[in-house]
Design a protein around this ligand. Sequence first.
Ligand SMILES: [Zn+2]
Length: 186
Amino acid sequence: MCQSRQEKEALVDFLRNEIDRQLGPSVKCSCGRNAVHVAEDLLYLAEAGNGSPRVNAFEGHVFDGDVIYEVAVPVAKVCMAALTQELTIDSRVTFMLLLYTIVTADGQDLDIGIANRNIVEECLEVARRGVWLLYAEVLAGVTGSLAGHAFMIIQTLGDDPDRLRAVHRMAQPMLDWVPLLDENDM
Ligand SMILES: [Zn+2]
C-alpha cells in the first residue's frame, strides 16, 4: 500500500490517540502489569506494517485459549478503530484475527474483579456497533482471510440470517472456505 508520509503520520496519530483513550496506564493487563505494553504492541502492529506482533503474542495478556480477559474489551475497540484505517494487508489481517479471537471466545476469566461483568457480551457489543465496517471488509474481498474472518465475526454476532446469506453469495469465491451456518447454529 502506497501511503505518503503525511498519511502515515495521520494514521499513527489517530490510532495512538485511540489507544491512549482505551488503554491508559490505569488499565490492568491480565499478566499483572498495566496495559501499556499491550498498547505499545498494538501501535507497533499498526505502524510497522509487517503484521507483527502476531496474534499469539497477545496470548496470556488479552486471551488464553478460548478465554478472554478484561483488557480484551478495550483491545477490541482498538481493533475496530484500526480497521477503519488504511493499513498494510499483513497488519490488517492480524487486527482482524485478533478481533476474531476475542469475539469468538467461549468465556471470560474467572477473576473476582470482573465477576459482575459479561466481558464476552461486551466484546460482541463492540463489534456489533461496527458491523457495517465488517460487512465492508467482506465485500471489499481484499484477501480470503480478511473477508472470511470478517464474515465469521458477523456470524458470531448473530446478524440477520437473510443478510448473511445474501452477502455470502455476493462475496464468493472469497468465502468458499467459510461455511454459512444454519440459523439454529448461530
Ligand atoms: Zn500483559
